[in-house]
Design a protein around this ligand. Structure first.
Ligand code: NAP
Ligand code: GDD
Length: 343
């Protein structure tokens, strides 16, 4: 019998890579998308147009706000594994939509856990936790034991889910694991996140269809990994012999400014920085034009300044390790943007 997986948020960056991985691993994959007035399946269109659609890949409309919908789907599918990836995942937006973010990211998780509990299923559940939980930490290499200091409504909503997952694991004996994932990027990243905003912006500058990129805090540091490798880590977490929580990270940290420099370097555009604070700008050395400036509107009310994760536990217990360097990730993203915007 083929294993059945249920993925919430299957049309998101991670959902789409995970669906491809699980189909390859001979699963029957069931996934949720939201009803939208515009097309929203771009990342999974290649699966929809393949032989897998409605054979071993099924899509359902639902929303994590809808407890009955979630319960009925889980009852119908009775999945072996659930990957709860659906979320309002944008940190900056969570300051404007704190209640909605909590409804989806906290209570949405609870709805899934309650469905599995009430249906008395033996389903294993992966909960998408995040390095944002570490927030304001002063610990220089964050691991599974580092105390959380969340700094945004997004992080706080995810903190609830982290703890309710642990609680249902202990109190209801459900196989539930948190993956505490550090930032992971790919050509499928939405352009509202800083990496994709930079790679696509730089490519458009190179092609002469955009003048500059406006950014917020370029001194924030992140541990950026490669999304397809991280969804493989999610799968490994659920194949472990017991439920547990794991950090997935590269163990390297770079600033947004360094990301900008690497991206322009790859595109053969020499830049020079001038000015300070809100007046800091990057100029194209060739023509002295401003190609990066700072805009206050991209700053956050409270910022997470430094993230760097330890992957020691997942390396040791699950033999998972990152393979793709940040330079390589930038190359993959820029190359993909060059194809997209050259046409
Ligand atoms: P993403 O690209 O933003 O995808 C999020 C998915 O959730 C989309 O399919 C989205 O659908 C869906 N969704 C949003 N609101 C929903 C709702 N009310 N009901 C049902 N579905 C809803 O995020 P991602 O980068 O793939 O991340 C996957 C998960 O990992 C998220 O939970 C995120 O918070 C977490 N995470 C991500 C990272 C990272 O660096 N990528 C790191 C740590 C944790 P629409 O397309 O309709 O919006
Ligand atoms: N989005 C964005 N846009 N961020 C900017 C900008 C900008 O113009 N300028 C600077 N930044 C800084 C942000 O302030 C932040 O410090 C950093 O770039 C990364 O921002 P994002 O790419 O939006 O990602 P994030 O780290 O806030 O959140 C992502 O990673 C989390 C894991 O740590 C999301 O994928 C979350 O869902 C995920 O949990």
């Amino acid at each position: 019998m083929k294993k059945k997986a249920f993925i919430t948020g299957i049309n998101g960056q991670d959902g789409s890579y995970l669906a491809e991985l699980l189909i390859e691993k001979n699963y029957v994959v069931h996934g949720t998308i939201r009803k939208s007035s515009t097309f929203n399946t771009e990342r999974i269109d290649s699966i929809i147009s393949s032989k897998h659609y409605n054979k071993d890949f099924f899509l359902y409309y639902t929303d994590l706000i809808d407890a009955h919908g979630i319960y009925n789907l889980i009852n119908k599918i009775k999945p072996d594994e659930i990957y709860n990836l659906a979320a309002q995942s944008h940190v900056h937006t969570s300051f404007d939509l704190p209640e909605y973010t909590t409804q989806i990211n906290s209570l949405g998780t609870l709805k899934i856990l309650d469905a599995v509990k009430n249906l008395k299923l033996k389903t294993k559940i992966y909960q998408a936790s995040t390095s944002e939980l570490y927030g304001n930490t002063k610990v220089k290499l964050q691991n599974e034991k580092t105390p959380f200091e969340p700094r945004s409504p997004y992080a706080i909503s995810k903190l609830y889910s982290y703890w309710i997952a642990k609680n249902y694991r202990e109190s209801h004996n459900i196989f539930l694991s948190n993956g505490i994932l550090f930032n992971h990027e790919s050509p499928r990243r939405n352009e509202t996140f800083v990496t994709k905003k930079i790679t696509s912006g730089a490519v458009k500058i190179k092609l002469g269809i955009q003048n500059k990129i406006s950014l917020g805090n370029i001194y924030a540091k992140r541990d950026w990994g490669y999304a397809p490798e991280y969804v493989f880590g999610m799968w490994k977490i659920l194949q472990h012999n017991e439920p547990d929580d794991f950090v997935i990270a590269t163990g390297k940290s770079y600033s947004v400014k360094e990301f900008v420099e690497k991206t322009f370097k790859y595109l053969d555009i020499n830049i020079v920085w001038k000015g300070k604070g809100y007046n800091e700008k990057a100029y194209n050395k060739k023509n002295n034009k401003v190609i990066v400036d700072i805009d206050r509107k991209y700053f956050r009310n409270t910022e997470v300044n430094f993230l760097k994760g330890s992957n020691l536990k997942i390396k040791k217990k699950l033999n998972w390790y990152p393979k793709t360097s940040l330079d390589k990730i930038i190359k993959i993203m820029v190359d993909s943007d060059l194809i997209k915007y050259s046409n």
